[in-house]
Design a protein around this ligand. Structure first.
Ligand SMILES: Nc1nc2c(ncn2[C@@H]2O[C@H](COP(=O)(O)OP(=O)(O)OP(=O)(O)O)[C@@H](O)[C@H]2O)c(=O)[nH]1
Ligand SMILES: [Mg+2]
Length: 219
């Protein structure tokens, strides 16, 4: 069975763990704990229209700045990276530049990057316009998706798109095709329910300060 590593990055509180829980278990929790270090779980996903199944290895990271070096371990070697921001939190959007700069330095050129605008259910409190974020995603070579971990809006479509892009038309991910489709992270210019089978969760904790408190700064 083909397996792929997928990683979630972004500022604290944007909903990385919540989106992952929705994808993996179709669950949402209003009162999550901040993630400490990295957590990992697996999910088997049937490929629509075929008898094939792919394995997603889902890596969740902590948004707190002090875990940034741990996050790097997590996203290196990923086939897909989900950069998440919260549509009601402009700061979480402003933090993205740092992340994209870092990804350019540390990831393979054929990585597929999604920019996930999470908490679409909180439209009345939206402070980051979809149009601004879409334009930003285009410039960064990322794929924009508006989602809500709470209501599940956009998540089934997102996962369908991920599977299609990873599998490619010939059944496996094809970096050349992905690049041609505009999904390649550009280098600096100067130079679902049907898919159950969630496996055991392995918590890889790294907690230098030993606390669960949230920190305000990310970039
Ligand atoms: N209304 C709404 N709340 C959400 C959504 N996604 C997450 N939340 C809430 O936002 C808060 C933070 O969610 P988390 O998933 O813990 O955020 P995180 O990015 O994993 O945070 P860190 O682990 O600290 O980096 C929790 O109270 C969630 O219930 C959403 O789509 N809509
Ligand atoms: Mg978390």
């Amino acid at each position: 069975m083909k397996s792929y590593k997928l990683a979630f990055l972004g500022d604290q509180g944007v909903g990385k763990t919540s989106v992952l829980s929705r994808i993996a278990r179709d669950e949402f929790n209003e009162n999550t704990s901040t993630t400490v270090g990295i957590s990992y779980l697996e999910k088997l996903v049937p490929v629509t229209g075929t008898s094939a199944t792919v394995k997603f290895k889902l890596y969740d990271t902590a948004g707190q700045e002090r875990y940034r070096s741990v996050a790097k371990l997590c996203y290196s070697g990923s086939a897909v990276i989900f950069m998440v921001y919260d549509i009601t939190n402009k700061h979480s959007f402003d933090c993205l530049n740092d992340w994209f700069d870092e990804l350019r330095e540390n990831t393979e050129s054929d990585v597929i990057v999604y920019l996930l605008a999470n908490k679409s259910d909180l439209l009345a409190e939206q402070t980051v316009l979809d149009s601004e974020a879409e334009e930003y995603a285009r410039k960064q070579g990322a794929i924009f998706r508006l989602v809500s971990a709470k209501t599940n809006e956009g998540i089934p479509d997102l996962m369908g798109d991920v599977v299609r892009r990873l599998r490619g038309s010939g059944g496996e991910a094809d970096p050349a095709k992905l690049a041609a489709a505009g999904t390649k992270l550009p280098m600096p210019t100067s130079t679902p329910k049907s898919d159950q089978a969630t496996s055991a969760i392995v918590q890889i904790s790294s907690n230098p300060a030993g606390g669960k408190q949230r920190k305000k700064k990310c970039c």
